[in-house]
Design a protein around this ligand. Structure first.
Ligand SMILES: Cc1ncc(C[n+]2csc(CCOP(=O)(O)OP(=O)(O)O)c2C)c(N)n1
Ligand code: SF4
Length: 300
């Protein structure tokens, strides 16, 4: 955070409820440990009323995608100037290990002893579907990658959404090991570069005619056939196709910045509208209430 050049008294972390939501206590900034699932709404109010602040939301997979699912998609589509860190453990940690909306199908624990029946959400796909303007994924233990992604998120005008694969060593240990430990499974997205992965970069990604991504051997298809990553593609279809490669991260999985595009920022639009309203002068409530079709009810 100090490298961003923003004074700490100008930074606010807003969280909901959960282990992830305790994050503000560990920061030497302002913070608000708020209401379960409602951090995006509170952060929206703060960001729009205090444009001088850098407003961040810290949330978990339960907080953001169960109780807070509706708040999340609306802050994303509005493009409010907040930065959202979704700390994904694929489990409810604070309440001692129930399955969450990102737990893989069949997850067995105390809440689902016979295996969960719910198809999991893919947070990056959700954010892209809600038309977020900045969408990225990183890994808790990869300090260099995470720092770079967070720097880009901080500088993005509008909502930046970052999913962080986070190990919960108490209730879901090793959930992301297939990607974290087996680095050959990390498909590192780099703008303008062919999408390739593997220990020697011998594997790659091509875009099929049906719009889906397919994993291939580079030697078989040739480098020129590989998909070139374009994080600025307005439509977001390439980013979405990439997000579908790994529904739950048990094999090759893209990490990095999926999408980074510009769109009007909600805070600015609201400020302009308020200025216009003020320029029109003070309104008159009684006149407004009695305008249009009004009736007086009299005793029959
Ligand atoms: C209104 C309400 N409903 C349910 C709870 C119980 N509860 C507390 S935290 C939590 C889920 C947290 O999961 P997640 O966001 O993944 O956070 P983690 O603890 O894993 O970081 C739930 C259901 C609550 N505190 N308040
Ligand atoms: S290890 Fe799990 S239970 Fe412990 S603080 Fe982290 S998320 Fe919560």
């Amino acid at each position: 955070m100090p490298e961003l050049g923003i004074a700490r008294e100008r930074i606010v972390f807003v969280s909901g409820i959960g282990c992830a939501a305790r994050f503000p206590y560990y920061m030497q900034t302002y913070g608000l440990h708020s209401i379960h699932g409602r951090a995006p709404a509170i952060a929206t109010g703060l960001s729009t009323s205090r444009p001088d602040l850098s407003v961040w939301v810290v949330t978990g997979d339960g907080d953001a995608l169960s109780i807070g699912g509706n708040h999340l998609i609306h802050v994303l589509r509005r493009n409010v100037n907040v930065k959202i860190l979704l700390v994904n453990t694929q489990i409810y940690g604070l309440t001692k290990g129930q399955y969450s909306p990102t737990s893989p199908l069949g997850t067995k624990n105390k809440s689902t002893p016979m295996g969960s029946l719910d198809w999991p959400f893919n947070p990056v796909s959700i954010a892209l579907g809600a038309e977020a303007t900045f969408v990225a994924r990183s890994i808790d233990t990869d300090k260099k990658h995470l720092t770079e992604v967070l720097r880009r998120a901080a500088n993005h005008p509008g909502t930046a959404f970052v999913e962080i694969y986070q190990n919960c060593n108490v209730y879901n240990d090793g959930a992301f090991d297939a990607v974290k430990e087996q680095t050959e499974n990390q498909i590192r997205l780099e703008h303008g570069q062919p999408v390739r992965f593997g220990a020697e970069g011998e594997k790659g990604v091509v875009l099929r005619s049906d719009g889906a991504c397919e994993l291939v051997d580079v030697a078989t298809v040739g480098e020129e056939a590989l998909l070139i990553h374009d994080e600025h593609q307005q439509e977001g279809s390439l980013a979405f196709a990439l997000s579908r490669i790994s529904h739950t991260p048990h094999g090759p999985t893209p990490i990095g910045i999926f999408r980074d595009v510009e769109r009007p920022v909600y805070d600015q639009l609201m400020a302009e509208q308020l200025e216009t309203a003020k320029a029109e002068g003070a309104g008159e409530l009684a006149g407004l209430l009695n305008s249009g079709d009004t009736w007086q009810i009299t005793k029959g």
